[in-house]
Structures are given as structure tokens and as C-alpha cells.
Design a protein around this ligand. Structure first.
Ligand SMILES: Cc1cc2nc3c(=O)[nH]c(=O)nc-3n(C[C@H](O)[C@H](O)[C@H](O)COP(=O)(O)O)c2cc1C
Ligand SMILES: Nc1ncnc2c1ncn2[C@@H]1O[C@H](COP(=O)(O)OP(=O)(O)OP(=O)(O)O)[C@@H](O)[C@H]1O
Length: 316
């Protein structure tokens, strides 16, 4: 897969060299959840049938971040993760269109005549509720007409689970409320955070539970504080473990910033400054203030046992 950064208006040089008949899925696609997968899989299948490349167009930064909408709270899948997932779905080209104030004012007509037509899009694949252009005034059904029949449109019906439309906003809400089960079900995989291992407060080792403190690599949607059973990936190897997301109230009265501390089972070694990805598989409990260190140790010992049995049950 090739990743191509674009900004509006497209340059003459890009139009001359980069445009090709293609099947293009368009959307924000933050999270690449099961609803997004149904749109992208439709594009990949259609491209295959037509013998054309399959491409995906997405926008960065997140429009809600640029528009300073109050409810913007980070990425479910920052660009690098989106790239990795799209590659694994068989996409040939990923276009990342720069989203800024000026782009937010481009009309639906200009989005079509200034981007889709010069890109030589053969078929645009979009979800039933896809909106584009200034104030989201453009609808899926208008794409063909706005292009003067230069492109076809394939509109994908809603992907529902238990009668509800799978959506990025639903996943954000579930993560923030500690409903990791629903978030993971809608994502079709476990929510994952990637970061660099930093020095912590050096207390973990004394507790008998050394922890890798994660400095998140991107502005992620932060899941609810509490303890999670996790699967972690480091340098091509995978480990199971437990993670605490929170402020460590047993030791701090007024901490404002969350820590992401992972204790990996069956691991010893120095991984400071290295990259670690952590999949949040189950929510175990809320973070608590313990009256003594012994009580905290006893609870973490129980957390580790619970995590091991839940993760084992999952593999069976
Ligand atoms: C599985 C797990 C659960 C934890 N639960 C809590 C908790 O409920 N309350 C709390 O104050 N700290 C909790 N902690 C955080 C520990 O206090 C922390 O790991 C310890 O302070 C060591 O971190 P440090 O070396 O950065 O100080 C938990 C840590 C882990 C690994
Ligand atoms: N559940 C779904 N079923 C079918 N298509 C979907 C679904 N969710 C999103 N899409 C489509 O995928 C593309 C990307 O959508 P977008 O990222 O805005 O979706 P979303 O998950 O509903 O986001 P949000 O919750 O922030 O509105 C759009 O074309 C949209 O119509």
C-alpha cells in the first residue's frame, strides 16, 4: 500500500502523475470499526472485480479537532495505526487529505470537481450517511450528479449490531465509560494503545509487580480509569498482563494526569525508551485508594489471576 498526502486544491503535478481510475472509499474512518470495514471491504471487492486499484480517502487532523468542537477527545486510530490496518485489508492507496479551516469551507460541488473528478475516481464507495463539503451539506446520493456522471457511487447500508449502528462516537463513549466489551465488539478487535516505555516512580518493583509506564505516542481517546487484562506486543513478541489506567490514589491525593502502567506476565528485561502496544481485552475493576501497601499488593495479585484466567478462556 502507498500512502499519499494531499491538500486542496490538488497540484497540477499530482493530477498529471498521481491520478488513476480507481475505486475509492471515502470517510473519516476513525477506529476502522466493523461499519467502516464493511465500506472498505465493499470497495476492495469491487476494485477486484473491475481490475482497478482500491483506495481509501481519509482526513487529517480529525475535523472535530480543527473545528474546535467541544466533544473532540482524541483518536481511536491515529494515522499510523489506520495505515497498518488498511494495509492488512488489501487497500492499494491511502490518501490523507489535510483538513484545515479553508478545506472545511470547500463546497460539496468543489469537493467533487476539485478532488474526486481529477483523481479519476471510477466508483466512490461510501456509507449510507456519508456527508461531505461545507457544513456537511453534500450527501451520498448527490455525488454522481455533481460529477456530471463522471463517477459511479456505491452506497453501503448501515452495519448494525443488536439493532444499533456501529459508530466511532459510540465506541468513544463506551471506552470512556469503561465498557471495553462493547467497544471491542464494535471495533471487531481489541482497542489498542501504543507508546514508549518511560521511567515511573520506581515503586512497582518493590511491590513485586514491576510495571512498564507508557507515554502514549499519540493523542488517543483515553479509556476509563481502572484495571484491564491486556495483551501487549513488543519487538515482534506478545505477552499477557494487567494494566492500571489512573492516578494511583494510594500514593497521590491530587494527581491530575493519568498513568498507563503495564505489568507483563513472564517477562523480565529492560525496555525503557522502546515501543510497546497494549490491547485492552477486559475491564477488571475500578481504581481504588488502598489503606495499606499490603492491601494493594493482595489486590494486584488477584487482578493478575483474574486476568490470566480470562485471557486463557479467550484462547480456548
Ligand atoms: C494491575 C494493577 C492494578 C493497580 N491498581 C491500583 C489501584 O487500585 N490503586 C492505586 O493506587 N494504584 C494501583 N496500581 C498502581 C500501583 O500503585 C503502581 O503500579 C505502583 O505505584 C508502582 O508504580 P510506580 O513504580 O510508577 O510507582 C495498580 C497497578 C497495577 C499493575
Ligand atoms: N455502521 C456503519 N455502516 C455503514 N457505513 C458506515 C457505518 N459507520 C460509518 N459508515 C460510513 O463510513 C464512512 C466513514 O464514516 P465516519 O467515520 O464519519 O463514521 P462514524 O463511525 O459513524 O463516525 P461518527 O460516530 O463520528 O459519526 C462514511 O462513508 C459512513 O457513512
Amino acid at each position: 500500500m502507498e500512502t499519499i498526502s494531499l491538500s486542496y486544491p490538488l497540484t497540477e503535478q499530482f493530477i498529471a502523475t498521481g491520478a488513476r481510475p480507481q475505486v475509492l472509499a471515502i470517510g473519516q474512518f476513525d477506529g476502522l470499526h466493523l461499519g467502516h470495514a464493511s465500506v472498505i471491504e465493499t470497495a476492495v471487492k469491487l476494485a477486484d472485480e473491475l481490475g482497478l486499484p482500491a483506495s481509501v480517502m481519509t482526513f487529517h487532523p480529525h475535523p472535530k479537532e480543527v473545528m474546535k468542537k467541544g466533544d473532540y477527545d482524541g483518536y481511536l486510530t491515529p494515522p499510523q495505526e489506520k495505515e497498518r490496518l488498511l494495509r492488512s485489508m488489501g487497500v492499494d492507496y491511502m490518501y490523507i487529505v489535510e483538513f484545515n479551516d479553508a478545506f472545511s469551507r470547500v463546497s460539496p460541488q468543489n469537493f467533487v470537481t476539485g478532488i474526486l473528478v481529477p483523481l479519476k475516481v471510477h466508483t466512490a464507495v461510501v456509507g449510507f450517511d456519508f456527508r461531505y463539503g461545507y457544513r456537511g451539506e453534500g450527501q451520498a446520493g448527490m455525488l454522481r450528479e455533481l460529477s456530471e456522471n463522471a463517477l459511479d457511487v456505491n452506497t453501503v447500508p448501515p452495519f448494525l449490531i443488536d439493532g444499533e449502528k456501529v459508530s466511532s462516537s459510540g465506541i468513544r463513549k463506551a471506552l470512556q465509560e469503561g465498557d471495553i466489551r462493547l467497544a471491542n465488539r464494535w471495533l471487531g478487535r481489541s482497542y489498542s494503545l501504543t507508546g514508549t516505555v518511560m521511567h515511573g516512580e520506581k515503586r512497582g518493583r518493590q511491590l513485586g509487580f514491576p510495571t512498564a509506564n507508557l507515554k502514549l505516542a499519540e493523542h488517543y481517546v483515553i479509556p476509563a480509569s481502572g484495571v484491564y487484562a491486556v495483551r501487549a506486543h513488543h519487538g515482534g513478541r506478545s505477552f499477557e498482563g494487567v494494566m492500571n489506567v489512573g492516578v494511583k490514589p494510594t500514593f497521590h491525593d491530587d494527581a491530575a494526569v493519568s498513568w498507563f502502567e503495564v505489568h507483563l506476565f513472564d517477562f523480565s528485561g529492560d525496555i525503557y525508551d522502546e515501543s510497546l502496544s497494549v490491547e485492552l481485552v477486559h475491564f477488571l475493576r475500578e481504581e481504588r485508594k488502598f489503606g495499606s501497601i499490603d492491601e494493594l499488593i493482595a489486590q494486584i495479585t488477584k487482578d493478575a489471576e483474574t486476568a490470566k484466567s480470562l485471557l486463557k478462556a479467550e484462547k480456548a
